[in-house]
Design a protein around this ligand. Structure first.
Ligand code: TYM
Length: 344
Protein backbone atom coordinates (compact mmCIF):
# COMPACT_ATOMS: atom_id res chain seq x y z
CA UNK A 1 0.00 0.00 0.00
CA UNK A 2 1.40 3.43 -0.85
CA UNK A 3 1.63 5.74 2.17
CA UNK A 4 0.23 9.19 1.58
CA UNK A 5 2.52 12.16 2.09
CA UNK A 6 1.84 14.08 5.31
CA UNK A 7 -0.94 16.58 4.69
CA UNK A 8 -0.60 20.31 5.30
CA UNK A 9 -3.49 22.75 5.65
CA UNK A 10 -3.37 26.49 6.20
CA UNK A 11 -5.48 29.54 5.54
CA UNK A 12 -5.17 33.26 4.97
CA UNK A 13 -8.02 35.75 5.30
CA UNK A 14 -8.85 37.89 2.26
CA UNK A 15 -9.19 41.08 4.26
CA UNK A 16 -6.80 43.27 2.25
CA UNK A 17 -3.32 44.60 3.05
CA UNK A 18 -1.44 41.30 2.89
CA UNK A 19 1.82 42.20 4.60
CA UNK A 20 5.35 41.11 5.37
CA UNK A 21 4.15 39.33 8.53
CA UNK A 22 1.75 37.15 6.54
CA UNK A 23 4.51 36.51 4.03
CA UNK A 24 7.34 35.61 6.44
CA UNK A 25 5.20 34.05 9.17
CA UNK A 26 3.09 31.89 6.90
CA UNK A 27 3.27 32.07 3.09
CA UNK A 28 7.02 31.43 2.82
CA UNK A 29 6.53 28.30 4.94
CA UNK A 30 3.70 27.21 2.63
CA UNK A 31 6.14 27.29 -0.27
CA UNK A 32 8.83 25.29 1.59
CA UNK A 33 6.42 22.58 2.70
CA UNK A 34 5.40 21.79 -0.89
CA UNK A 35 8.53 19.71 -1.40
CA UNK A 36 7.48 16.71 0.65
CA UNK A 37 3.87 17.32 1.67
CA UNK A 38 0.45 17.28 0.14
CA UNK A 39 -0.63 20.88 0.70
CA UNK A 40 -4.04 22.49 0.91
CA UNK A 41 -4.00 26.30 1.03
CA UNK A 42 -7.27 28.02 1.62
CA UNK A 43 -8.43 31.59 1.16
CA UNK A 44 -10.71 31.76 4.17
CA UNK A 45 -13.48 34.03 2.92
CA UNK A 46 -15.97 32.79 5.54
CA UNK A 47 -13.58 33.87 8.28
CA UNK A 48 -13.21 37.26 6.62
CA UNK A 49 -16.89 38.16 7.02
CA UNK A 50 -16.73 37.79 10.80
CA UNK A 51 -16.03 41.52 10.54
CA UNK A 52 -17.76 43.64 7.90
CA UNK A 53 -16.38 43.34 4.36
CA UNK A 54 -17.52 45.32 1.37
CA UNK A 55 -18.69 42.60 -1.07
CA UNK A 56 -16.80 43.85 -4.12
CA UNK A 57 -13.65 44.36 -2.12
CA UNK A 58 -13.98 40.88 -0.64
CA UNK A 59 -14.11 39.38 -4.13
CA UNK A 60 -11.05 41.40 -5.12
CA UNK A 61 -9.20 40.36 -1.98
CA UNK A 62 -9.96 36.66 -2.54
CA UNK A 63 -8.26 36.98 -5.92
CA UNK A 64 -5.39 38.96 -4.40
CA UNK A 65 -4.55 36.31 -1.79
CA UNK A 66 -4.75 33.64 -4.49
CA UNK A 67 -2.38 35.67 -6.66
CA UNK A 68 -0.02 36.07 -3.69
CA UNK A 69 0.05 32.29 -3.13
CA UNK A 70 0.90 31.62 -6.77
CA UNK A 71 3.33 34.55 -7.11
CA UNK A 72 5.26 33.37 -4.04
CA UNK A 73 5.79 29.98 -5.62
CA UNK A 74 2.94 27.66 -4.67
CA UNK A 75 2.25 25.45 -7.65
CA UNK A 76 -1.53 25.27 -8.19
CA UNK A 77 -1.13 22.20 -10.40
CA UNK A 78 0.50 20.20 -7.62
CA UNK A 79 -1.07 21.70 -4.51
CA UNK A 80 -4.65 22.65 -3.75
CA UNK A 81 -5.57 26.34 -3.64
CA UNK A 82 -9.24 27.23 -3.15
CA UNK A 83 -11.59 29.54 -1.31
CA UNK A 84 -13.32 28.16 1.75
CA UNK A 85 -16.95 29.04 0.93
CA UNK A 86 -16.82 26.76 -2.11
CA UNK A 87 -16.60 23.63 0.03
CA UNK A 88 -19.70 23.29 2.18
CA UNK A 89 -18.05 20.78 4.52
CA UNK A 90 -16.30 23.63 6.38
CA UNK A 91 -19.59 25.10 7.60
CA UNK A 92 -21.15 21.68 8.18
CA UNK A 93 -18.30 20.36 10.30
CA UNK A 94 -18.08 23.68 12.15
CA UNK A 95 -21.67 23.13 13.30
CA UNK A 96 -20.86 19.69 14.66
CA UNK A 97 -17.82 21.19 16.43
CA UNK A 98 -19.99 23.97 17.87
CA UNK A 99 -21.67 21.19 19.78
CA UNK A 100 -18.36 19.67 20.88
CA UNK A 101 -16.45 22.83 21.90
CA UNK A 102 -17.30 24.37 25.28
CA UNK A 103 -18.15 28.02 25.85
CA UNK A 104 -15.44 28.17 28.50
CA UNK A 105 -12.84 27.20 25.91
CA UNK A 106 -13.85 30.01 23.56
CA UNK A 107 -13.98 32.51 26.42
CA UNK A 108 -10.24 31.99 26.82
CA UNK A 109 -9.35 32.98 23.22
CA UNK A 110 -7.17 36.08 23.41
CA UNK A 111 -7.58 37.01 19.74
CA UNK A 112 -11.34 37.41 20.17
CA UNK A 113 -10.76 39.69 23.14
CA UNK A 114 -8.31 41.80 21.11
CA UNK A 115 -10.48 41.96 18.00
CA UNK A 116 -13.76 42.57 19.79
CA UNK A 117 -12.18 45.25 21.95
CA UNK A 118 -14.24 46.97 24.60
CA UNK A 119 -17.51 46.68 22.76
CA UNK A 120 -17.84 42.91 22.98
CA UNK A 121 -21.64 42.95 22.93
CA UNK A 122 -21.53 44.39 19.42
CA UNK A 123 -19.08 41.82 17.96
CA UNK A 124 -20.59 39.29 15.55
CA UNK A 125 -21.36 35.79 16.80
CA UNK A 126 -19.12 34.64 13.94
CA UNK A 127 -16.12 36.47 15.39
CA UNK A 128 -16.62 34.64 18.67
CA UNK A 129 -17.07 31.31 16.89
CA UNK A 130 -14.17 31.92 14.50
CA UNK A 131 -11.76 29.39 16.10
CA UNK A 132 -14.34 26.60 15.78
CA UNK A 133 -14.58 27.20 12.03
CA UNK A 134 -10.79 27.17 11.93
CA UNK A 135 -10.77 23.75 13.66
CA UNK A 136 -13.25 22.52 11.05
CA UNK A 137 -11.00 23.82 8.22
CA UNK A 138 -8.08 21.78 9.45
CA UNK A 139 -9.82 18.62 10.62
CA UNK A 140 -12.09 18.33 7.57
CA UNK A 141 -8.95 17.19 5.70
CA UNK A 142 -7.35 15.18 8.54
CA UNK A 143 -4.40 17.55 8.18
CA UNK A 144 -1.19 16.58 9.95
CA UNK A 145 0.61 19.93 9.95
CA UNK A 146 -0.50 23.57 10.03
CA UNK A 147 2.04 26.30 9.20
CA UNK A 148 1.05 29.56 10.90
CA UNK A 149 2.48 32.62 12.64
CA UNK A 150 2.78 32.75 16.41
CA UNK A 151 -0.58 34.53 16.81
CA UNK A 152 -2.49 31.40 15.75
CA UNK A 153 -0.95 29.10 18.35
CA UNK A 154 -3.86 29.27 20.76
CA UNK A 155 -6.35 28.50 17.97
CA UNK A 156 -4.37 25.40 17.10
CA UNK A 157 -4.41 24.26 20.70
CA UNK A 158 -8.19 24.63 20.60
CA UNK A 159 -8.29 22.62 17.37
CA UNK A 160 -6.47 19.78 19.11
CA UNK A 161 -8.82 19.99 22.09
CA UNK A 162 -11.85 19.76 19.80
CA UNK A 163 -10.35 16.80 17.91
CA UNK A 164 -9.55 15.04 21.17
CA UNK A 165 -13.00 15.61 22.69
CA UNK A 166 -14.74 14.41 19.52
CA UNK A 167 -12.54 11.29 19.49
CA UNK A 168 -13.31 10.64 23.19
CA UNK A 169 -17.02 11.45 23.14
CA UNK A 170 -17.63 9.16 20.18
CA UNK A 171 -14.95 6.56 20.93
CA UNK A 172 -17.28 3.51 21.15
CA UNK A 173 -19.12 4.51 18.00
CA UNK A 174 -15.87 5.17 16.08
CA UNK A 175 -14.65 1.71 17.09
CA UNK A 176 -17.95 0.08 16.21
CA UNK A 177 -17.82 1.59 12.74
CA UNK A 178 -14.24 0.37 12.31
CA UNK A 179 -12.87 3.88 11.85
CA UNK A 180 -9.77 3.36 13.97
CA UNK A 181 -8.89 4.49 17.47
CA UNK A 182 -8.41 8.19 16.76
CA UNK A 183 -10.77 9.43 14.07
CA UNK A 184 -9.31 12.94 13.95
CA UNK A 185 -5.50 13.08 14.03
CA UNK A 186 -4.18 15.84 16.31
CA UNK A 187 -2.57 18.37 13.95
CA UNK A 188 0.88 19.78 14.67
CA UNK A 189 1.47 23.51 14.39
CA UNK A 190 4.48 24.53 12.29
CA UNK A 191 5.64 27.82 13.79
CA UNK A 192 9.18 28.17 12.54
CA UNK A 193 11.85 30.57 11.35
CA UNK A 194 13.16 33.90 12.63
CA UNK A 195 9.95 35.83 11.85
CA UNK A 196 7.00 33.99 13.37
CA UNK A 197 5.85 37.27 14.88
CA UNK A 198 6.74 40.28 12.74
CA UNK A 199 6.10 43.49 14.65
CA UNK A 200 4.78 46.88 13.58
CA UNK A 201 7.39 49.23 12.08
CA UNK A 202 5.99 51.99 14.27
CA UNK A 203 5.88 50.11 17.58
CA UNK A 204 8.03 47.06 18.22
CA UNK A 205 5.68 45.81 20.93
CA UNK A 206 2.67 45.53 18.57
CA UNK A 207 2.14 42.86 15.92
CA UNK A 208 2.30 43.95 12.27
CA UNK A 209 -1.35 43.82 11.31
CA UNK A 210 -3.69 44.28 8.34
CA UNK A 211 -5.99 46.38 10.45
CA UNK A 212 -3.48 48.90 11.85
CA UNK A 213 -4.81 52.31 10.74
CA UNK A 214 -1.25 53.48 9.95
CA UNK A 215 -0.04 52.14 6.62
CA UNK A 216 3.51 53.06 7.73
CA UNK A 217 3.28 50.30 10.36
CA UNK A 218 3.48 47.53 7.77
CA UNK A 219 5.03 46.59 4.44
CA UNK A 220 2.30 45.39 2.11
CA UNK A 221 2.98 42.83 -0.60
CA UNK A 222 1.45 45.38 -2.97
CA UNK A 223 3.90 48.19 -2.03
CA UNK A 224 6.28 49.42 -4.73
CA UNK A 225 10.03 49.81 -4.20
CA UNK A 226 9.86 53.49 -3.22
CA UNK A 227 7.13 52.90 -0.67
CA UNK A 228 9.05 50.00 0.88
CA UNK A 229 12.22 52.10 1.14
CA UNK A 230 10.29 54.99 2.66
CA UNK A 231 8.57 52.81 5.25
CA UNK A 232 11.86 51.26 6.34
CA UNK A 233 13.53 54.67 6.50
CA UNK A 234 10.71 55.90 8.72
CA UNK A 235 10.61 52.77 10.89
CA UNK A 236 11.00 53.52 14.57
CA UNK A 237 14.39 52.62 16.05
CA UNK A 238 16.47 53.50 19.08
CA UNK A 239 19.65 55.61 18.95
CA UNK A 240 22.10 52.77 19.78
CA UNK A 241 24.13 50.91 17.15
CA UNK A 242 23.15 47.28 16.54
CA UNK A 243 24.53 44.87 19.15
CA UNK A 244 27.15 42.23 18.39
CA UNK A 245 25.05 39.39 19.81
CA UNK A 246 21.41 38.29 19.82
CA UNK A 247 21.27 38.73 23.63
CA UNK A 248 21.96 42.42 23.01
CA UNK A 249 18.58 42.69 21.22
CA UNK A 250 16.77 42.07 24.50
CA UNK A 251 14.63 45.07 25.50
CA UNK A 252 15.19 46.61 22.05
CA UNK A 253 11.97 45.48 20.32
CA UNK A 254 12.33 47.63 17.20
CA UNK A 255 15.95 46.59 16.59
CA UNK A 256 15.04 42.93 17.24
CA UNK A 257 12.19 43.17 14.76
CA UNK A 258 14.28 44.66 11.94
CA UNK A 259 17.08 42.15 12.48
CA UNK A 260 14.51 39.32 12.47
CA UNK A 261 13.04 40.59 9.20
CA UNK A 262 16.49 40.80 7.62
CA UNK A 263 17.37 37.28 8.79
CA UNK A 264 14.12 35.82 7.47
CA UNK A 265 14.39 37.54 4.09
CA UNK A 266 18.04 36.57 3.64
CA UNK A 267 17.42 33.03 4.88
CA UNK A 268 20.13 33.31 7.56
CA UNK A 269 20.16 33.41 11.37
CA UNK A 270 19.97 36.60 13.46
CA UNK A 271 23.50 35.78 14.70
CA UNK A 272 24.76 35.94 11.11
CA UNK A 273 23.03 39.29 10.54
CA UNK A 274 24.71 40.69 13.65
CA UNK A 275 28.10 39.32 12.58
CA UNK A 276 27.81 41.68 9.64
CA UNK A 277 25.95 44.64 11.15
CA UNK A 278 26.85 44.49 14.87
CA UNK A 279 28.35 47.79 15.99
CA UNK A 280 26.92 49.65 12.99
CA UNK A 281 24.12 52.19 13.21
CA UNK A 282 20.67 52.15 11.64
CA UNK A 283 21.89 54.63 9.02
CA UNK A 284 23.85 51.69 7.58
CA UNK A 285 21.42 48.93 8.37
CA UNK A 286 18.17 50.45 7.11
CA UNK A 287 19.28 50.94 3.48
CA UNK A 288 20.62 47.38 3.40
CA UNK A 289 17.31 46.11 4.78
CA UNK A 290 15.35 48.20 2.27
CA UNK A 291 17.41 46.83 -0.64
CA UNK A 292 16.95 43.26 0.52
CA UNK A 293 13.20 43.71 1.05
CA UNK A 294 12.76 45.22 -2.40
CA UNK A 295 14.89 42.49 -3.96
CA UNK A 296 12.70 39.79 -2.40
CA UNK A 297 9.29 41.41 -2.76
CA UNK A 298 9.55 43.15 -6.15
CA UNK A 299 9.28 39.96 -8.23
CA UNK A 300 6.31 38.80 -6.15
CA UNK A 301 4.66 42.17 -6.48
CA UNK A 302 5.15 42.15 -10.27
CA UNK A 303 3.85 38.60 -10.63
CA UNK A 304 0.80 39.37 -8.47
CA UNK A 305 -0.02 42.32 -10.71
CA UNK A 306 0.35 40.18 -13.82
CA UNK A 307 -1.88 37.44 -12.41
CA UNK A 308 -4.54 39.90 -11.26
CA UNK A 309 -4.90 41.15 -14.81
CA UNK A 310 -6.38 37.77 -15.64
CA UNK A 311 -9.11 37.11 -13.05
CA UNK A 312 -10.45 34.28 -15.24
CA UNK A 313 -7.25 32.32 -14.64
CA UNK A 314 -7.39 32.90 -10.88
CA UNK A 315 -11.05 31.91 -10.70
CA UNK A 316 -10.21 28.74 -12.64
CA UNK A 317 -7.47 27.85 -10.13
CA UNK A 318 -9.93 28.30 -7.24
CA UNK A 319 -12.68 26.27 -8.89
CA UNK A 320 -10.35 23.39 -9.75
CA UNK A 321 -8.79 23.53 -6.27
CA UNK A 322 -12.24 23.39 -4.64
CA UNK A 323 -13.11 20.30 -6.62
CA UNK A 324 -9.99 18.53 -5.41
CA UNK A 325 -10.58 19.75 -1.84
CA UNK A 326 -14.13 18.40 -1.94
CA UNK A 327 -12.88 15.01 -3.06
CA UNK A 328 -10.84 14.77 0.15
CA UNK A 329 -13.38 16.40 2.46
CA UNK A 330 -16.57 14.63 1.42
CA UNK A 331 -15.69 11.09 2.54
CA UNK A 332 -14.35 12.44 5.84
CA UNK A 333 -17.51 14.43 6.52
CA UNK A 334 -19.63 11.42 5.46
CA UNK A 335 -17.87 9.44 8.22
CA UNK A 336 -18.54 12.27 10.71
CA UNK A 337 -22.25 12.01 9.89
CA UNK A 338 -22.25 8.27 10.49
CA UNK A 339 -20.31 8.70 13.74
CA UNK A 340 -22.73 11.34 15.04
CA UNK A 341 -25.76 9.32 13.92
CA UNK A 342 -27.19 11.64 11.25
CA UNK A 343 -29.31 9.88 8.62
CA UNK A 344 -28.49 10.39 4.96
P1 TYM B 1 -4.54 35.77 8.99
O1 TYM B 1 -5.22 35.93 7.70
O2 TYM B 1 -4.71 36.80 10.04
O3 TYM B 1 -2.98 35.63 8.75
C1 TYM B 1 -2.46 34.70 7.81
C2 TYM B 1 -1.19 34.08 8.36
O4 TYM B 1 -0.23 35.11 8.63
C3 TYM B 1 0.27 34.98 9.96
N1 TYM B 1 0.57 36.32 10.49
C4 TYM B 1 1.76 36.68 10.96
N2 TYM B 1 2.93 36.02 11.07
C5 TYM B 1 3.99 36.69 11.59
N3 TYM B 1 3.92 37.99 11.98
C6 TYM B 1 2.78 38.70 11.88
N4 TYM B 1 2.74 39.97 12.24
C7 TYM B 1 1.63 38.04 11.35
N5 TYM B 1 0.34 38.44 11.10
C8 TYM B 1 -0.28 37.37 10.58
C9 TYM B 1 -0.87 34.32 10.73
O5 TYM B 1 -0.39 33.67 11.89
C10 TYM B 1 -1.41 33.34 9.70
O6 TYM B 1 -0.65 32.16 9.71
N6 TYM B 1 -7.10 32.33 11.55
C11 TYM B 1 -6.15 32.53 10.47
C12 TYM B 1 -6.66 32.01 9.15
C13 TYM B 1 -7.15 30.60 9.18
C14 TYM B 1 -6.32 29.43 9.30
C15 TYM B 1 -7.23 28.34 9.22
C16 TYM B 1 -4.96 29.24 9.47
C17 TYM B 1 -8.42 30.17 9.06
N7 TYM B 1 -8.47 28.82 9.07
C18 TYM B 1 -6.76 27.01 9.32
C19 TYM B 1 -4.51 27.92 9.56
C20 TYM B 1 -5.41 26.85 9.48
C21 TYM B 1 -5.91 34.02 10.32
O7 TYM B 1 -6.68 34.84 10.72
O8 TYM B 1 -4.84 34.34 9.60
Amino acid sequence: MSERKPRVFSGVQPTGNLHLGNYLGAIVRFVDLQQDHECIYCVVDMHAITVWQDPQELTRNIREVTAAFIATGIDPQKQIIFNQSRVSGHAELAWVFNCVARIGWLNRMTQFKEKAGKNREKASVGLYDYPVLMAADILLYHADKVPVGEDQKQHLELTRDIAQKFNNDYAPRIRELGLGEEFFPLPEPVIAGPATRVMSLKDGTKKMSKSDPSDLSRINLSDDADTIAKKIRKARTDPEPLPETVEGLKDRPEAANLVGIYAALAGISKEKVLEEFGGRGFADFKPALADLTVEKLAPINAEMKRLLEDPGYIDGVLAAGAERARAIAEPIYADVKRIVGFLG
